[in-house]
Design a protein around this ligand. Structure first.
Ligand code: ATP
Ligand code: MG
Ligand code: MG
Ligand code: MG
Length: 563
């Protein structure tokens, strides 16, 4: 690529309305231009980076056994009515009509289309499991399109959909996708975290994780325990105790139990120091007329110990109906069979211990047992993790929390049978019975990745592309194109790289060296070779974009460092 012939319209200043660093730099480096709010053109160098991201995603998806196809962006509204999403999706869905007044939507996502396809083409268990994916332009009329490619209204997404025969099989698929995502985000050079997310928000019943690129501009807050065992987005962390019972587990009805001498939560909290009492307050829910239930989710053994440690309490085995003589901190019991653990009772010497299964209630002398969040009450959070400071104990009790800002670059999600049932993606199992496929869906914001990578890789002079995404591997810059030795050596190097299959950008413009260096910093290619004064001796200046200093090398040496 010869720079004199390429459309790389660099700018000295970014337009005033560009706020995010990545947005400014991508405009200034001539990678993108805005056509309308949230709608962008990819110029030649920007498009090259976009294609590199796509290639990495393709390689890893193919490696994980997914098959690529391409679905239409234009989707009949009818499909969206069948799935029940036409009315609930809201104004983000771009709707249009054809000349016959038939309604359509521009795909913001493709569950409806893919499920309908599979419904028509798959009929036997022998054809499953199967994962299909596409890389395609998506449309979402975002309320606040902003930060360039970070939140567009037309953007490029990779979306995959899996069809399995059981939840166990989905588990395997999900883990394969999760692993592929980790490889993808590592390869594109992102500093990221996979965090637990909230399935309820997407109307699913299964596990879900978001892949978050750490960046201050990120619109999401993620909370991570210091030892890294716990990582979730804020919404998920806020609802940690709201986890429904594992499917298939019978939960007996909630029961109001008379327990003389039991303290109310407020009374109990009064016995603890501020930290402990704040912790418990974050666990409080208002139960319709039974005032308060307290529940904590997670592994019983681990939590019990950790919560006790965090509160400075001591462990006492509480038998049903036991009387507790003395407690220095908190007695924390965990309710059993529903996978819902109840922080049962905080007791001082007068308070009677509760039987297993009790969730706790805030009414003097009463407690609720077998409380099932969602079934028995709607969450009305009293304490709120949003207001919680860093350092609060993580929901799994693994340690104090740290907060980070993140950009959601990917999302993996166990959907279950929501779409397959509504849209008829069923197959005949081994005994000839009709079964809905168990689905998963997996998205990656291909165009968003560009912005996220720039947010993490820049300095005051411009972008610093990670090697795998650099628009070309090496930028060859003759200090003066008019100098015959420099011109010849630069061209020689350029040809050499090209015949070795290394992408090179040759700055053959008749510009001052300073201008070219400034542009080179702005564009941020991974390697730079300046052909200058020592060209006649066959020597060049070599520098990585991330290096502070250049070194003088023979062209052989420079070639070796890059290839
Ligand atoms: P967000 O929370 O940022 O609105 P989302 O949860 O609505 O994203 P998904 O439906 O999970 O997005 O879509 C899969 C992926 O597509 C996201 O993880 C993100 O990387 C990307 N994406 C979503 N919306 C946009 C957008 N408006 N512009 C660019 N990329 C987007
Ligand atoms: Mg969204
Ligand atoms: Mg999201
Ligand atoms: Mg999402």
């Amino acid at each position: 690529m010869k720079q004199s012939q390429l459309l790389i319209p660099t700018l000295r200043e970014a337009p005033a309305d560009a706020e995010a660093v990545s947005h400014k730099l991508m405009l200034r480096a001539g990678l993108i231009r805005q056509l309308a709010s949230g709608v962008y053109t990819y110029l030649p160098l920007g498009f090259r980076v976009l294609k590199k991201v796509q290639e990495i995603v393709r390689e890893e998806m193919d490696r994980a056994g997914a098959q690529e196809l391409l679905l239409p962006a234009m989707q009949p509204a009818e499909l969206w009515r069948e799935s029940g999403r036409y009315d609930v999706y809201g104004p983000e869905l771009i709707r249009l009509k054809d000349r016959h007044d038939r309604e359509f939507a521009l795909g913001p996502t493709h569950e409806e289309v893919i499920t309908t396809l599979v419904a028509g083409e798959v009929s036997s268990y022998r054809q499953l499991p199967m994962t299909l994916y596409q890389i395609q332009t998506k449309y979402r009329d975002e309320r606040r399109p902003r930060f360039g490619l970070l939140r567009g209204r037309e953007f490029l997404m990779k979306d995959a959909y899996s069809f399995d025969r059981s939840w166990e099989e989905l588990d395997v698929t999900y883990r394969a996708m999760y692993a592929a995502y980790s490889r993808i985000f590592t390869r594109v050079g992102l500093n990221f975290r996979a965090v637990q997310a909230d399935a309820g928000a997407i109307g699913g019943e299964g596990e879900t994780h978001e892949f978050m690129a750490l960046a201050d501009i990120g619109e999401d807050t993620i909370v991570v325990s210091e030892n890294g065992d716990y990582a979730a987005n804020l919404e998920k962390a806020e609802m940690f105790w709201e986890e429904p019972a594992a499917s298939g587990t019978e939960v007996p009805p909630m029961n109001r139990v008379h327990t003389p001498n039991a303290h109310t939560i407020d009374q109990l909290c009064a016995h603890f120091d501020a930290e402990a009492s704040a912790f418990f307050k974050t666990l409080l829910y208002r139960v319709d007329d039974l005032p308060i239930a307290v529940v904590v989710r997670g592994d019983r053994e681990v939590n019990e110990t950790k919560v006790l440690n965090a509160l400075g309490g001591e462990r006492i085995e509480l038998a049903e109906g036991a009387e507790v003589e003395r407690l220095t901190g908190a007695a924390v019991g965990f309710a059993g069979p529903v996978g819902l653990s109840g922080v049962k009772l905080l007791v001082d010497r007068e308070v009677q211990a509760m039987a297993s299964g009790v969730a706790g209630a805030n009414e003097t002398d009463y407690h609720a047992e077998n409380v099932q969040p969602d079934r028995d009450f709607t969450a009305d959070l009293v304490g709120d993790f949003r207001n919680a400071a860093e350092g609060d104990l993580s929901p799994d009790g693994s340690g104090p929390l740290k907060f980070y800002r993140g950009i959601e670059v990917g999302h993996v999600f166990k959907l279950g049978t929501k779409y397959s049932e509504k849209l008829g993606a069923e197959y005949l199992d081994e005994s000839g019975r009709r079964q809905p496929a168990i689905m998963g869906c997996y998205g990656i914001g291909i165009s968003r990745i560009l912005s996220a990578v720039v947010e993490q890789n820049y300095d005051e002079n411009g972008i610093r592309w990670p090697k795998e995404l650099s628009p070309a591997a090496v930028h060859i810059i003759p200090a003066s194109i008019k100098d015959e030795d420099q011109r010849k050596l630069a061209l020689e190097l350029y040809d050499r790289f090209r015949s070795a299959g290394v992408e090179a950008l040759l700055d053959d413009r008749d510009e001052r060296a300073g201008v070219k260096f400034k542009d080179a910093d702005l564009l941020g290619l991974s390697f730079r070779v300046v052909v200058g004064r020592e060209a006649a001796e066959g020597r060049v200046e070599f520098k990585r974009r991330t290096d502070a200093d250049k070194v003088t090398l023979s062209i052989e040496e420079a070639y070796e460092r890059i290839c």
